[in-house]
Structure formats: structure tokens, C-alpha cells
Design a protein. Structure first.
Length: 132
């Protein structure tokens, strides 16, 4: 009975970690999609495709808030270096918002690089951590 209980607890913890990693990667994926759409709009000088400007902006800020929330969860159940990586990303995104950029595309590119690097790192870490 004790063995079954320990196994159940390990499985539940694994599921919680998977959920936390999924929340982070989903938020990062949303940010990448919105940034890509904004860049396409700027370069092609066209309007939104499939979503209004307001919907894109709302998706963007919702994803940023989810990252901040994910940091709190990560501090509890993910390895400390993952929580630190999320914290640094949130801080770097805020810094990127405050910087002077030559154009909107420059701002998007800066943010794209930050988000893409974080997503790739966190996916690799999650696969190792969860043994996927």
C-alpha cells in the first residue's frame, strides 16, 4: 500500500510539473505568434489577419501576465534555475519595453529573440526534467 501511495504522489507531482511547463511554453508561444503577426503587419504594411489589433494586444498582455503567474508556480514546483530563467525573461521584456528603439520592428525583434531563446531553453529543460 505504501509503495502505491508513493507512486501516486510522484505521478501527481510529475503532472503538476508538466502543467507548469505547459503554461510557460503556451504563454511563450502566444507571445511569439503575436510578435510574428505584428512584424508581418509592419513589414507588409497591412492590417491584422484573423484577429483585430485589440485582440492581438489583449493576447499579448494576457500571455505576459501568465508568464508572471507561471514564475510564482515555478518557484514552488520546478527546479530553481527554471524559475530564475522565467524571472529574468519577465525583467528583460520590461527592459525592452522601456528602451528607445529605432522602430517598432526593432522592438519586436528584440523581444522575439528574448522569448525564442527562453522557450527553446525551457522546452529542453522540461524534456530532461520530465524524461520525455
Amino acid at each position: 500500500v505504501r509503495w502505491a501511495q508513493l507512486r501516486y504522489q510522484r505521478e501527481k507531482h510529475w503532472e503538476r510539473r508538466l502543467g507548469a511547463y505547459s503554461d510557460v511554453t503556451t504563454a511563450l508561444g502566444t507571445l511569439l505568434n503575436v510578435l510574428a503577426e505584428w512584424e508581418d503587419q509592419e513589414i507588409a504594411r497591412r492590417g491584422p489577419r484573423g484577429a483585430t489589433r485589440e485582440e492581438l494586444l489583449q493576447s499579448y498582455w494576457t500571455a505576459r501576465r501568465k508568464l508572471e503567474e507561471a514564475h510564482s508556480i515555478a518557484m514552488l514546483i520546478l527546479p530553481p534555475f527554471v524559475a530564475e530563467k522565467i524571472k529574468k525573461l519577465v525583467q528583460n521584456l520590461a527592459r525592452n519595453d522601456d528602451q528607445d528603439h529605432g522602430s517598432f520592428v526593432d522592438q519586436i525583434d528584440g523581444e522575439w529573440k528574448l522569448v525564442l531563446a527562453a522557450r527553446d531553453d525551457i522546452v529542453k529543460i522540461a524534456r530532461d526534467d520530465l524524461r520525455l
